[in-house]
Design a protein around this ligand. Structure first.
Ligand code: COA
Length: 267
C-alpha cells in the first residue's frame, strides 16, 4: 500500500485521511460527544455519495474522537425545531445512512466511545463494527419519548435478533462493548489504544484482496439477506461465473499454480 497520507477537512467536525485504497474518516466534535447536527449529516452524506463512484478507494474506516464516537442526533437541534425541520433532518439522515450501507467499498466502524441513537445507526450501516473496551452502544431515543429514525429498528434486529433489539430499544439501555460482541452487534473488542491500529490492519488486509471479488462478496451477502435462498444461490453462481471471466480470476489461479503472489489489476 502507498504510504503517502493526504488529509482534508470536509467540515470542522469531519476529518478525512486518504492512504492508498483506504479512507479514514474521523468525526471530531468532542464537546458534544460527536453528536450529529444537520450540517454535519449533510457533509457526511455528500462525501459518502461521492465515494460510491470513487474506484481508487476500496475500504473506508469511520471513527470518532475522545470518549464519544457519536452520541446520536444533536438534541440541541431538536429543541424548538419545527416539524418540517425535524422531518428534514430525519430525511437527510436516512439518505446519508442508506448511501453508507449501499457503498461498494468495505466499511469498518471503529467505535471509540459512546455510539448512541444515530451513532449506533451509523455503525450498523457498516460491514464491520470494532469496539473499544470503554464503548457503550444503544438506542436511547425512548428516553426522549421518541424512537430511532435512522434504520436502528430495522438493522439492529438483523444482527442481534428481534428479542434483544426490543429489549435495547424499549428500555433505552446501553450495551457494554463486551455485550455488543456477545450479541453479534460488533465483531471484536480492543483496548482503546489498539482499536484504530486493528481497524487499519483489517482495512489493509481487505484492500489487498482482488477488488472486484471484494466488492461482489459484500454485495452477494447483503443482497442475499434481502432475497429468498433460491434467488441468493442463483445470484451467487452468476457472480462466481463472472469472476472466473475476470483478469483477476485468471491471475489468482495462475499465481497459485506458479506459487507466487497474485498481482491484481481490478479487472
Ligand atoms: N446532542 C447534543 N448534545 C449532546 C448529546 C446529543 N445527542 N450527547 C451529549 N451531548 C453533550 C451534553 O449535552 C454535554 O454538553 P454540555 O457540556 O454543553 O452540557 C456534552 O455533550 C457532554 O455530555 P455529558 O452528558 O455531560 O456526558 P456524560 O458522560 O455525563 O454522559 C451520555 C454521556 C452519552 C450518556 C449523555 O451525554 C447522553 O445521554 N447523551 C444523549 C444520548 C442520546 O439520547 N442520543 C440519542 C439522541 S436522538
Amino acid at each position: 500500500m502507498s504510504t503517502d497520507v493526504t488529509s482534508e477537512t470536509l467540515h470542522p467536525n469531519l476529518l478525512l485521511a486518504r492512504q492508498g485504497a483506504v479512507h479514514e474518516l474521523r468525526i471530531d466534535r468532542q464537546d458534544k460527544l460527536g453528536a450529529l447536527n444537520f450540517e454535519i449529516m449533510e457533509v457526511l452524506g455528500r462525501y459518502i455519495e461521492e465515494l460510491a463512484s470513487d474506484d481508487t478507494c476500496r475500504v473506508l474506516i469511520i471513527t470518532g474522537t475522545g470518549k464519544g464516537f457519536v452520541a446520536g442526533a444533536d438534541i440541541d437541534g431538536y429543541h424548538g425545531a419545527t416539524q418540517a425541520q425535524f422531518d428534514g433532518f430525519q430525511r437527510r439522515s436516512r439518505k446519508t445512512f442508506d448511501a453508507l450501507a449501499a457503498l461498494p467499498q468495505i466499511t469498518i466502524c471503529a467505535v471509540n466511545g459512546y455510539a448512541l441513537g444515530g451513532g449506533l445507526e451509523l455503525a450498523l450501516c457498516c460491514d464491520f463494527i470494532l469496539v473499544a473496551e470503554r464503548a457503550k452502544l444503544g438506542l436511547p431515543e425512548i428516553k426522549l419519548g421518541l424512537l430511532p429514525g435512522g434504520g436502528g429498528t430495522q438493522r439492529l434486529p438483523k444482527l442481534v435478533g428481534a428479542m434483544r433489539a426490543k429489549e435495547l430499544l424499549l428500555t433505552g439501555r446501553m450495551m457494554s462493548a463486551q455485550e455488543a460482541v456477545a450479541y453479534g452487534a460488533a465483531l471484536e473488542m480492543h483496548p482503546g489504544d489498539d482499536l484504530l491500529p486493528r481497524a487499519r490492519e483489517l482495512a489493509a488486509t481487505l484492500a489487498d484482496q482482488a477488488p472486484v471479488a471484494l466488492a461482489e462478496g459484500k454485495r452477494i451477502i447483503d443482497d442475499g439477506l434481502e432475497s429468498s435462498r433460491a434467488a441468493g444461490l442463483t445470484f451467487e453462481q452468476r457472480v462466481l461465473g463472472g469472476l472466473y471471466a475476470t483478469d483477476d480470476g485468471k491471475e489468482g489461479i495462475a499465481a497459485f499454480i506458479e506459487k507466487r503472489d497474485p498481482k491484481w489489476s481490478g479487472k
